[in-house]
Design a protein around this ligand. Structure first.
Ligand code: FAD
Ligand code: NAI
Length: 464
């Protein structure tokens, strides 16, 4: 078979690229090595983790806030088997949705391992061996969990996020290596169910890629649900004996800490996945981190081969992969699309949620940029008091002279959904004053953004 475009990998990068190519009239094929479409995000990433976060959030509320709301129920019991089964069902609905979209857009789906024979010929090693040719190829093969050389991932007790999404029992003590996004999200799932969670993080802050204030605030909230933090600690050994795991870490003074638990989640980042892809046969280059090297148009060094998503540089986020899929498809159709990489929001689905767009205060300091800060705490918000979600704050960073918003950082209830308004404001280069003069419905969480903008623009909020 001959295609105008063939995409290898069906995650949010690959399947969105396929749909956009088909919408633009290209004869399109997609290759996926697993039986279900949707990649990491739908199968073992965004969707299942959010399903478990939602179930455990309900459980936590039932245990801790229902009484004060005036709902008297017997002490709730966590049924992890049912939570995992519901999660599996949510995944199934979502991956089935992608099957439907492929059919609707007349995209040919091949299941099997795709590998280059040359830059236009792809072999598919599935139930049978097939070969297809393509004028253009988009590599969208995503990423896999990274590991440290001295850790043996047995996937039973020393696990990655994939296994943590399908545990059969609630850990008594889960030791999490890496206080990034996966560590705090999946740590929250089990802490809410009663596990003790110890996070060992190499750097001095949780979620260190975000504005430091966010990590500091999140640490306070997570301490409240049973997290212990070992920040500034470097893991030096992980050892399993039967059902017990011992993690040894060294602090900055060179002292050793030994943590004993029953599960150890390794969440120290992800690596680009290009195993068995035959990049050498196509002549496609990778960089020093193993990522497929691309230019600003997401073209590799081979003219008809493109790459998108986690397998290339940039944030490893589903919505970034999606934008890149659209960009390549539209370029192939002769259009001139653009992605504003500075305005890709980042969200952490803990409770409170954390969401952010634009520059952090640390980045502005490094750039020597004159800036001002506006803040507003959730506890001063009527909406937050009504729902008893008073933890968190909004932090706005704006240019000192022009008042243009340079960064929006929110930790608080529903931050994940609120950040979209911030992205829109920044895309249109709004000033803090612009946002502070827009009418925001009352009572809403978004009023905290308006107030923080007022604080940044004029040094005054109304309600604090
Ligand atoms: P992937 O989704 O990894 O898809 C790549 C696909 O390619 C896979 O299905 C793989 O099997 C297939 N493949 C690889 N090689 C071959 C081959 N040779 N032949 C055929 N098929 C192949 N991001 C967010 O934005 N929000 C979140 O809430 C979020 N939560 C996450 C939670 C967890 C636990 C994890 C692990 C990740 C999360 N992410 C989240 C990150 C998100 O999942 C990734 O950024 C996103 O999936 C990347 O999309 P992609 O299309 O580049 O690759
Ligand atoms: P991460 O990059 O977010 O965090 C990894 C953490 O591990 C960092 O804080 C790092 O300093 C620490 N670390 C590295 N080596 C260490 C060591 N030897 N000892 C102790 N700590 C060490 O990576 P994570 O959490 O594994 O997630 C992978 C990717 O998946 C992320 O890039 C993220 O973008 C994506 N993801 C996104 C989510 C979201 O958008 N809500 C949710 C989950 C994952």
């Amino acid at each position: 078979m001959k295609y105008q475009v063939t995409i290898i990998g069906s995650g949010p990068g690959g399947y969105v690229a396929a749909i956009r190519c088909a919408q633009l009239g290209m004869k399109t094929a997609i290759i996926e090595k697993y039986n279900t479409l949707g990649g990491t995000c739908l199968n073992v990433g965004c969707i299942p983790s959010k399903a478990l976060l939602d179930s455990t959030h309900h459980f936590h509320d039932a245990e801790h806030t229902f009484k004060e709301h005036g709902i008297d129920i017997p002490k709730p019991k966590a049924n992890l088997t049912q939570m995992i089964a519901r999660k599996a069902d949510v995944v199934k609905q979502n991956t089935a949705g992608i099957d439907y979209l492929m059919k609707k857009n007349k995209i040919d789906v091949f299941h099997g391992m795709g590998s280059f024979l040359d830059s236009t010929t792809i072999q598919i090693d599935g139930k049978k061996k097939e070969t297809i040719t393509a004028e253009n190829v988009i590599i969208a093969t995503g990423s896999k969990p990274a590991n440290l050389p001295f850790i043996k991932l047995d996937k039973e007790r020393i696990i990655t996020s994939t296994e943590a999404l399908a545990l059969k029992e609630i850990p008594k003590h889960m030791i999490v290596i890496g206080g990034g996004v996966i560590g705090v999200e999946l740590g929250s799932v089990y802490a809410r169910l009663g596990a003790k969670v110890s996070v060992v993080e190499f750097l001095d802050n949780l979620i260190p890629n975000m504005d430091t204030t966010m990590g500091k605030e999140l640490k306070k909230s997570l301490s409240g649900i049973g997290f212990e933090h070992y920040l500034g600690h470097k893991v030096t050994a992980v050892d399993r004996r039967g059902k017990n795991v011992t993690v040894t870490a060294e602090n900055k003074k060179g002292e050793n800490v030994e943590l004993k638990g029953d599960y150890c989640l390794v969440s120290i980042g992800r690596r680009p996945y290009t195993d068995k892809l035959g990049l050498d046969k196509a002549g496609v280059q990778v960089d020093d981190k193993g990522r497929v090297e691309v230019d600003a148009h997401l073209r590799t060094n081979v003219p008809n081969v493109y790459a998108i998503g986690d397998v290339v540089k940039g944030a490893m986020l589903a919505h970034k992969a999606e934008e890149e899929g659209v960009l390549v498809a539209e370029q192939l159709a002769g259009q001139k699309p653009h992605i504003n990489y500075d305005l890709i929001p980042g969200v952490v689905y803990t409770w409170p949620e954390v969401a952010s767009v634009g520059s952090t205060e640390e980045q502005l300091k490094k750039q020597d940029r004159a800036y001002k800060v506006g803040k507003f705490p959730f506890k001063a918000l009527g909406r937050a008091r009504a729902s008893m979600d008073t933890e968190g704050l909004v932090k706005i960073l704006a240019d000192k002279q022009t008042d243009e918003i340079l960064g929006i950082h929110i930790i608080g209830a529903r931050a994940a959904d609120m950040i979209a308004a911030g992205v829109t404001a920044m895309e249109y280069r709004a000033s803090a004053e612009d946002v502070s003069r827009i009418s925001h419905a009352h009572p809403t969480y978004m009023e905290a953004v308006k107030e923080a903008c007022l604080d940044a623009a004029e040094g005054r909020a109304i309600h604090s």
